[in-house]
Design a protein around this ligand. Structure first.
Ligand code: PBG
Length: 337
């Protein structure tokens, strides 16, 4: 007969008990390995035309598109809560969207007006400008389209023009989000050529063709337009080595920081990138991730605040230097309490 386990006989532990340090709150605080502070959080905002205007986004309960004046108020609140930077995304009015996405480089477009209004009123906060054509084009693709092909090099020319108007308006960090080849180097050259040596580039270096962007496409108004998918430029979710090649190339081209996106389903990529490269790495907790947490909490399935904090700590634990998250303001305020 096998020997019976005797609960008094824990000798095989040799006195080692990992629960010892978890017993009390003070001890858990002492051994905690990662920290989350407001300066880890970047807050994305959706901009609309109008004054004192906000509109709900059906698939992102709790997030609203804001007119420029309300974006300024939001920027003040973010600064006061210790958030270092905002990421802006315009919902371009229907009649200004076109096949050639020319509104992207109109120096007076919605994005530029939001950038300069915030820069004027709240100069202490960093402004990250998304450079991609889906927010301006009539077909919802991130690049120019010809015969069903999303064009690489022709798109870069438009991105450069868009970069320059956004930088002139007040963008501190240019974030090309389209996964085209060669755009980081091209944008760096154009910025330097115009005397913007101090403007940073945050490369969406490893961005996957993801189903988790659905609510964002509702927010910026590109979803209903989009036919097909973005698989010829965004990455296949089955790949990981390729993400490292993408990141290496963007660093080579002159990126100041890189991003992994989406977030939670791609923490393995964040960790690999952190181990492989010596550069700031940001993760984007995207709209679908936000929606999952909000909707699960609303259904009573999870504790909302608890799940939000846990998700953000997971990014830090995986090695991210910061997180773009729609929860930023609420969490920064909570952390400051
Ligand atoms: C594209 C862009 C997207 C997001 C940020 N920039 C969507 C896409 O690639 O279709 C998604 C962000 C989110 O889902 O929160 N310019």
């Amino acid at each position: 007969m096998a020997e019976q386990w005797n609960k008094h006989d824990m000798e095989f532990l040799g006195g080692r008990r990992l629960r010892r340090t978890r017993r009390t709150a003070w001890s858990r605080a002492m051994v905690r390995e990662t920290m989350l502070t407001p300066s880890d959080l970047i807050w994305p905002l959706f901009v609309i035309e109008g004054h004192n205007e906000k509109t709900a986004i059906r698939t992102m309960p709790g997030v609203e598109r804001l007119s420029v004046d309300l974006c300024v108020a939001a920027a003040r609140a973010a600064r006061d809560a210790g958030i270092p930077a905002l990421a802006l995304f315009p919902n371009t009015p229907e009649h200004l969207r076109s096949e050639n996405a020319a509104e992207a480089y109109n120096p007076d477009n919605l994005m530029c007006r939001a950038l300069s209004a915030i820069k004027d009123a709240v100069p202490e906060i960093g402004l990250i400008a998304d450079v991609a054509l889906d927010e301006y084009s009539s077909d919802g693709q991130d690049g120019l389209v010809r015969d069903g092909d999303v064009l690489n090099d022709e798109t870069i020319e438009v991105m450069i023009r868009s970069t320059l108007v956004q930088t002139a308006a007040g963008a501190d960090i240019i974030a090309p989000s389209d996964m085209m080849d060669g755009r980081v180097a091209a944008i760096r050259m154009a910025l330097d050529g115009e005397g913007h040596e101090q403007t940073q580039i945050m490369a969406y270096a490893a961005k996957y063709a993801s189903f988790f962007y659905g609510p964002f496409r509702e927010a910026v108004g590109s979803g209903a337009r989009l036919k097909g998918d973005k698989k010829t430029y965004q990455m296949d979710y089955a790949n990981s080595d390729e993400a490292l090649r993408e990141i290496a190339q963007d660093i080579e081209e002159g990126a100041d920081s890189v991003m992994v996106k989406p977030g939670m389903p791609y923490l393995d990529i964040v960790r690999r990138a952190k181990d492989a490269f010596n550069i700031p790495i940001y993760a984007y907790q995207v709209s679908g991730e936000y929606a999952m947490i909000e909707m699960a909490a609303a259904a009573g399935a999870i504790d909302r605040k608890g799940a939000i904090l846990e998700s953000l700590y997971a990014f830090k634990r995986a090695g991210a230097n910061g997180v773009l998250t729609y929860f930023a303001l609420e969490v920064a305020r909570d952390l400051g309490r």
